[in-house]
Write a protein that binds this ligand. Structure first.
Ligand code: ZN
Length: 440
């Protein structure tokens, strides 16, 4: 029985851990906003944030995740320029997913093969190197997955530099610390299996994870990048898009193992469909799926131990039949993953809107302005006001019909000559009125 003093002490530790995790998580979210904005534009992710109009550097407290934006009520402190709500939303969602995983792992109810009863935690967990390394690995993996998601959300191709960094971290981390495997690569091992020190197993775990990512990405091609050549022809249309899809799937595949990745993909495909109602219509099917992946991966990590024991979930403990059935469901998932059917008129309206807003232009790394226009009327880069410098001298965007109407430059597949001229007019008009008159 705990004495009252011990009881309050324990609760105080709980609250401190929770607040600290959320602060770290949302700060990572804030950094990912910067990454998602600057990396596709080839800019450095270092450097402090400043307002694009009045060039005031952001104060540290204004940069505070979520609450900084709320305290400013979404406007620059000095000149009242509006800041897009996207920034606090990303910070809050990334913060929530990382807090969830952090709590699950510090209190040790999330991962299989960790049998410490959770009453004896959290302090014992905070001094346990295995727990901390695994948590760090998962935080990195989820953050990288969010970075992929946010960049594809904007319709940009994933920057090569980011992909290389991501896989160096994920592959290197598992090879150096096999403890982060959590589950083994073969099916069926004794319940007391411990991953620490099993370097050969770690390499097999990585190979099986990467192979299944490539396999399932090709299965999803029909739903998410229909124009792509599954043979990955380097000159083929949409090859970059398919490579991105493989990278996006490879992250959870490495983290949860080849046995469970089919389960993650099924849930992610359902989440992607649900996101259709929440996200702007300019976000394409791959963008929604890329956002669904980090959400689903976080949930999988939190419920991992429970899923491992559930008969219906593909895992190292399940029967081969369950793994096969899950894989078969992934094969048919393009049926609900792909863009929903639209009437001709609706399609026309959507295309018009997209060409005003920016990104259906998924394959056009040159067409950087997609996201800029997309985030709407205001300056996009709230968290890091400086990025918006281009926006602020708006004329470059406004009079850039060649950029904005991208299909002509980018993915010829969507090019539609007929609408170009009328869209140009609409675009120019709209942006003169629609874009951020930062009044008041
Ligand atoms: Zn300002």
């Amino acid at each position: 029985m705990l004495s009252p003093a011990d009881f309050y002490m324990t609760r105080l530790i709980d609250v401190t851990i929770f607040l600290w995790l959320f602060w770290v998580g949302s700060s990572i979210g804030s950094f990912l906003n910067v990454v998602a904005w600057r990396m596709p534009r080839g800019e450095s992710v270092n450097g402090r944030s400043y307002c694009p109009r009045c060039h005031t550097q952001l104060k540290a407290r204004d940069n505070f995740p979520v609450f900084g934006w709320l305290a400013l009520r979404g406007r620059c402190r000095t000149c009242r320029l509006p800041i897009s709500p996207r920034y606090p939303i990303v910070e809050a969602v990334v913060g929530a997913s990382l807090t969830m995983v952090g709590i699950g792992e510090v209190y040790r109810f999330a991962l299989p093969f960790q049998t410490v009863p959770w009453h004896s935690v959290p302090l014992s967990a905070l001094t346990d190197a295995t727990v901390l390394l695994t948590l760090l690995y998962h935080i990195l993996a989820i953050s990288l997955s969010w970075a992929f998601g946010l960049i594809r959300f904007d319709g940009h191709t994933l920057p090569a530099k980011l992909k290389v960094t991501a896989f160096l971290i994920l592959i290197g981390g598992m090879l150096i610390f096999p403890a982060v495997m959590v589950v083994p690569w073969p099916m069926r091992l004794e319940a007391i299996w411990q991953p620490s020190g099993r370097y050969l197993d770690a390499s097999m775990r990585l190979i099986t994870g990467l192979v299944s990512a490539a396999f399932f990405a090709r299965c999803l091609t029909r739903g998410l990048c229909r124009e792509a050549d599954p043979k990955l022809d380097p000159l083929g249309k949409s090859t970059a898009r398919l490579m991105d899809l493989i990278a996006i799937i490879a992250v959870p595949s490495i983290v949860v193992g080849w046995q469970s990745i089919a389960g993650v993909l099924i849930v992610a495909s359902v989440v992607a469909v649900l996101l259709r109602r929440v996200l702007p219509s300019s976000v394409d099917a791959l963008g929604r799926f890329a956002i669904a992946i980090p959400i689903t991966m976080s949930l999988h990590i939190v419920f991992w131990r429970w899923l491992q024991e559930a008969w219906f979930w593909p895992s190292t403990d399940s029967t081969p039949a369950v793994v096969l059935i899950a894989s078969a469901i992934v094969l048919v998932s393009p049926m609900w993953l792909r863009e929903p059917f639209r009437s001709q008129e609706e399609e026309q309206r959507r295309k018009r809107k997209d060409s005003l807003d920016g990104p259906t232009l998924t394959d056009g790394p040159t067409l950087d302005d997609g996201a800029t226009l997309d985030d709407g009327a205001t300056l996009d880069d709230g968290a890091t006001l400086d990025d918006g410098a281009t926006l602020d001298d708006g004329p470059t965007l406004d009079d850039g019909p060649t950029l904005g109407d991208g299909p002509t430059l980018g993915d010829g597949g969507e090019a539609d000559e007929r609408r170009l001229s009328s869209d140009l007019e609409a675009k120019n008009q709209n942006h003169n009125f629609g874009r951020n008159p930062p009044t008041s």
